[in-house]
Design a binder for this molecule. Structure first.
Ligand code: PRP
Length: 183
């Protein structure tokens, strides 16, 4: 789905599909170079990271392994609740592995700080973070992030895996929604 398909719902397009894909390709080239001597395990954080995992891994020119975790902090609203729920664990043991956590967005940072401390306790050989989007003005917790697609304003955005009440994940572009959508 493209922004033009749902023009009525959209307030502003922040990034087009083409801009997102160009940035993903740049990040993939950096990941390829940084992990040239190491086998990387990409750990996607469901559900939002679905798109960036698919695109990043396919834009890479090296092998990677993939696994998934699911946590939730949002419920169905537009703000972080501050409560992180652990919904699905990894299927592999990460002890001694080179782990790259792949996120769609860092908002308050609560989800990631919870995840990072949980994953560190499993003693991976290395642990880095990649996020497609980050809201610096919303951060309440500092988390060290190695790869950032785009820093964005503190607005609610959807598309490219990011949802509002379960919709818009399959929108290729990244947009803010018109006020009537929320009412
Ligand atoms: C989103 C996103 C991050 C988290 C970021 O997940 O994927 O995991 O919120 O917010 P934070 O930095 O304030 O913790 P969400 O809980 O919406 O689940 P989803 O990926 O299934 O949409």
């Amino acid at each position: 789905m493209r922004a033009a398909d749902i023009a009525d719902d959209i307030q502003r397009v922040l990034f087009t599909d083409e801009q997102v894909q160009a940035r993903v390709a740049e990040l993939a080239a950096r990941v390829d170079a940084d992990y040239a001597e190491r086998d990387v395990l990409l750990v996607g954080v469901l559900n939002g990271a679905l798109m960036v995992m698919a695109d990043l891994s396919r834009a890479m020119s090296r092998h990677c392994a993939m696994d998934w975790m699911a946590v939730s902090s949002y419920g169905s609203g537009t703000r972080s609740s501050g409560v992180v729920r652990f919904l699905k664990d990894l299927t592999v043991d990460i002890e001694g592995r080179h782990v790259l956590v792949v996120e769609d967005i860092i908002d308050t940072g609560l989800t990631l700080s919870y995840l990072v401390s949980n994953l560190r306790s499993r003693q991976p050989a290395s642990l880095n973070i990649l996020t497609m989007f980050r809201k610096p003005d919303a951060a309440t917790t500092e988390v060290e992030v190695k790869y950032v697609g785009f820093d964005i304003p503190n607005e609610f955005v959807v598309g490219y895996g990011l949802d509002f009440a379960g919709h818009y994940r399959n929108l290729r572009d990244v947009v803010t929604l018109a006020p009537h959508v929320y009412s």
